[in-house]
Design a protein around this ligand. Structure first.
Ligand SMILES: [Zn+2]
Length: 347
């Protein structure tokens, strides 16, 4: 499922030359630095999904299932500060917004994030399940208010939900969506759904972030035993970028996410930080990819001092030339280069 992590020097050079030839100069200067050295270092991304999360700030909270984009003040404040901190460390945060965020009265905070250079991608309008084949499986909002989608096929609803988010980002913020992340992660990504891959490519996306591998989590509320941490490190291999036969690039999310840890495992922050440290260290050692998935709506409650984000930045900093803080577009580009091997090595 994954592309190999290491490249021969010949493949590496061939890929770099191909990329240099493909990338127009003007375009290259606008993008974050994507030097040939990317092939030789770990790529670490910090991504934040901008949506409200059930069970936060209190365990009983479930209203967000119906209004995922109605961000509260704390969530917006945390997002802004996280972006500021990562930029101070020389990196960028890759955000994914649900479209309904753009219905809020004031979106200046998001405009400021964009102006500072942080990319914002599409996370669908209502946080829909892109693999749904029945209307009732699409999203809670449409279960309560089925008239909103009556007479439409699920795939039509999903397509429109993604398209509207592109339109909202363009209209309200003035940007094109920087990639697509599926609500919820799938252990097999979109491997079983070439139709969804096609839909995303039709809508103009070159890459998707949909795969979140399975991993152990231990007993909820208990300190995870060593086997859980080992299992999380082992799962990193199953969360490396690759290209689907359709040509769509997959940029997986690397465990453990905040929601898995704090909702699924009901972990304490120290367990989360330990798992993150081990996973990022594995990525650096293997010159692989680590794509952190966080939700400000969860993190402002469980990690108000930004320790997870600071830890990741610190580990990358300590790694020197062996690692870089990048956006998901950079990771997708490297996956594409590795796929474009010399003809002699392809079947
Ligand atoms: Zn989400």
């Amino acid at each position: 499922m994954c592309e190999p992590f290491s490249l021969s020097r010949r493949e590496f050079l061939a890929g770099s030359l191909a990329a240099a030839a493909l990338l127009p100069r003007a375009q290259a200067s606008n993008k974050p630095q994507r030097s040939v050295a990317d092939s030789d270092r770990a790529l670490v991304a910090i991504t934040l999904d901008l949506e409200m999360s059930r069970n936060f700030p209190t365990w009983e909270t479930t209203q967000w299932d119906y209004e995922k984009g109605n961000l509260n003040a704390e969530t917006k404040k945390y997002t802004v500060e996280a972006c500021r901190r990562v930029k101070a460390h020389g990196g960028l945060v890759h955000c994914f917004a649900v479209g309904r965020v753009l219905e809020q009265e004031n979106v200046d905070w998001l405009k400021e994030i964009v102006q500072a250079g942080h990319p914002v991608g599409n996370h669908t309008y209502d946080h829909v399940n892109v693999k749904a084949t029945k209307p009732e499986d699409i999203q809670f909002r449409f279960r309560r208010a089925p008239w909103l989608i009556s007479g439409k096929a699920p795939q039509e609803v999903i397509r429109e939900n993604i398209r509207l988010t592109n339109a909202a980002l363009k209209t309200r913020i003035g940007i094109d969506a920087a990639g697509f992340r599926t609500p919820g992660g799938f252990h097999n990504g979109l491997t079983d759904r070439p139709d969804v891959q096609r839909l995303l490519m039709d809508l103009g996306f070159e890459w998707v972030s949909s795969l979140y591998p399975s991993h152990p989590i231990g007993e909820a509320g208990k300190e995870p035993p060593a086997a859980v941490f080992e299992g999380i490190v082992k799962a990193q291999e199953a969360a490396q970028p690759f290209v689907y036969p359709s040509g769509l690039i997959e940029v997986p999310m690397n465990p453990i996410s905040d929601i898995s840890a704090f909702r699924g495992g009901r972990w304490r922050l120290e367990y989360f930080l330990k798992a993150l440290r081990l996973a990022v260290e594995w990525a650096i050692e293997h010159r692989a990819v680590f794509d952190f998935l966080g939700h400000p709506s969860c993190l402002y409650v469980v990690d108000p001092d930004f320790r997870a984000i600071e830890l990741i930045c610190e580990l990358v900093h300590q790694a020197g030339k062996r690692a870089g803080l990048v956006d998901l577009g950079t990771i997708a580009e490297r996956a594409k280069l590795r796929k474009a091997k010399p003809a002699t090595t392809q079947k």
